[in-house]
Write a protein that binds this ligand. Structure first.
Ligand code: UDX
Ligand code: UDX
Length: 436
């Protein structure tokens, strides 16, 4: 099928590439010319395992194209997938301006009947509005229908999550739209759950917010574990055998970050309030997460007189391992606090340092400055305190002796519970983690 995809972020690009891989003729559209040029040269603008290989492979077969010229891409497309961002606004609601821009472009460009599929996460009811909006601005007498097809990929495993998704959710209001989407997904050979449009929109939020809730719950229990002398890792292990609970997403830590959980919890909270309802469970998850992010910093603040002129090693900047994404990463809040407190920060991340450097430019070692190290060992050299914010294997696999050997004072605050408490103690390290 002839498919156009609007937006080449995690959602749009990965979807487009995977559609091409499954035999469709795909054109990816983005407003960002540099991104398009980069992709044409076979380079992925995002760090995602297996993506670049698939981009090159399908580019070579002639099934995958990139352009900024949306008119030519939308004109004869049989289906147009929208994957532009829906960032959070200051009040917590989702910003739909990019969706609106693309909808208008579609309305002005399409010359044939076409199914518009919203992949971006949008508040319940948005698909109805998108359909009306496109119809209002249509330039030609063609039939347009809008369907919802939320995306469940996690960054770092986006290609795998798309090709081997647990299920495909399609939300449609007509038999015709449902059949078309089923046909597009047929080559994937995955279970398809077909519901109405509003339910599909809600499924996405309900899933993300449930996972966010699960993490906040574990963080809440971890905080209580510390007070009563229990160990959250042992508690999580004990819980994990209960199939009703499940073994995943039980890791306590510095709080959830990324492009989805923080935004989608706030958006659902906002949506509920708009309808006069208080979603108390989700609101609690948001509050717990906000406090959790700087829990370790608070602990360290209570232990030290000051951070002024202290050498602080920061290991891990990305919001989770396997990505160079910094959106809502706990490292951002903590580094900001450390720099305000006058620390000399030396940070290491195997993928996200370049992005971090753009927000926190490198300066000569002095109070309130940050430098970037090429290895964890380099970051730890002469450090007085170490903070860990991301569970990279490069950090997890460090032997405890490294902290003892490299640091001036072996004082470690681990936001990801990467090391064995007894082993760290035995190695002579003053070690603080979450819920243990
Ligand atoms: C996605 C989804 O869109 C969002 O709803 C979900 O909740 C999280 O993940 P992501 O793919 O990460 O967002 O978005 P982003 O990285 O912002 O990429 C969007 C792309 O669309 C960018 O490349 C941007 O240049 C492009 N864009 C944006 C357009 O082509 N046209 C526009 O009008 C706006
Ligand atoms: C998430 C969802 O998993 C995905 O289905 C959805 O489409 C987009 O949002 P992503 O944000 O890429 O994906 O990452 P995920 O692996 O879910 O982690 C999100 C955050 O939760 C990270 O900050 C991670 O560190 C944190 N997390 C995850 C925990 O703190 N504990 C856990 O046990 C699991």
């Amino acid at each position: 099928m002839k498919i156009a995809v609007a937006g080449t972020g995690y959602v749009g690009l990965v979807a487009g590439v995977c559609f091409a891989e499954k035999g469709h003729d795909v054109t990816c559209v983005d407003v960002d010319e540099n991104k398009i040029k980069l992709m044409e040269s076979g380079v992925s603008p995002i760090f995602e395992e297996g993506l670049e290989e698939l981009m090159r492979k399908n580019n070579a077969t002639g099934r995958l194209h990139y352009t900024t010229d949306y008119q030519s891409a939308y004109r004869n497309a049989e289906a147009i997938f929208i994957g532009v961002g829906t960032p959070e606004q200051p009040d917590g609601s989702a910003n739909l301006s990019y969706i609106a821009t693309v909808s208008r472009q579609i309305a002005e460009s399409v010359e044939n009947d076409c199914l518009v599929v919203v992949k971006s996460t949008v508040p319940v009811g948005t698909n109805d509005k998108v359909e009306q909006f496109i119809r209002d601005f249509l330039k030609r007498d063609v039939k347009i229908e809008v369907a919802s097809n939320p995306e469940f990929l996690a960054q770092g495993s986006a290609v795998h999550d798309t090709l081997h998704a647990a299920r495909i959710i399609i939300g449609t209001e007509s038999r015709e739209a449902e059949e078309k989407l089923r046909k597009i997904y047929e080559p994937f050979g995955l279970p398809i759950v077909s519901v109405n449009r509003r339910s599909a929109e809600m499924i996405k939020y309900a899933c993300n917010d449930f996972l966010a809730l699960k993490i906040s719950y574990m963080n809440d229990i971890a905080n209580l574990c510390e007070l009563v002398g229990a160990d959250i890792d042992a508690v999580a292990e004990g819980m994990s055998y209960d199939a009703r609970i499940g073994a995943r997403f039980l890791n306590a830590g510095v709080g959830y970050g990324g492009s989805c959980f923080p935004k989608d919890t706030k958006a659902l909270k906002y949506l509920a309030r708009q309808h006069g309802y208080t979603l108390r469970t989700v609101e609690a998850a948001v509050d717990v997460n906000a406090e959790q992010k700087t829990k370790l910093f608070q602990k360290a603040s209570n232990r030290m007189i000051t951070f002024q002129n202290l050498k602080v090693a920061v290991l891990g900047l990305a919001f989770k391992a396997g990505t160079d994404d910094l959106r809502e990463a706990p490292s951002l809040d903590n580094v900001q606090l450390l720099l305000e407190g006058g620390a000399e920060v030396c940070a290491y991340d195997p993928a996200a340092s370049e992005h971090f450097r753009q927000r926190f430019p490198e300066g000569p070692a002095q109070k309130g400055s940050i430098r970037y190290a090429a290895s964890p060992q380099e970051a730890l050299e002469g450090a007085d305190i170490c903070f860990i914010f991301t569970e990279w294997d490069e950090i997890r696999n460090l032997p405890p002796s490294v902290f003892r050997e490299k640091m001036q004072i072996p004082l470690v605050y681990d936001g990801r519970n990467l090391y064995n408490v007894a082993a760290m103690k035995e190695a002579g390290i003053e070690y603080y983690s979450i819920g243990r």
